[in-house]
Design a protein around this ligand. Sequence first.
Ligand code: FES
Length: 106
Amino acid sequence: MSDWVDVAPEGSLANGEHVVVDVDGVDVAVFMVDGHYYAVEDACTHDGAEIASGRLDGCEIICPRHGARFCLKTGAVLSPPAYEDLATFSTRVRDGRIQVRDERWD
Ligand code: FES
């Protein structure tokens, strides 16, 4: 089972801000939207662009390279040219720290 990885102090991300952390060798983008934390792999499933540098539209992220749109809550792809969902990761706040964990291989 993978361990929880420290992201940032709770309260350090303003609404719509994100931080990218290395989780077991995978770049994971953790966003704060309306008081909730959402974590997705920072690689567009279309052609690998760093999705975190795209524009946020509510809980949706728009890829900066070709404009594919994804749901941050579920990772679901919402518009082409991407056709595969983003990987998502569990988040939590523990002892005043935002944390993330990769549970895909547990
Ligand atoms: S790399 Fe993201 S839409 Fe092409």
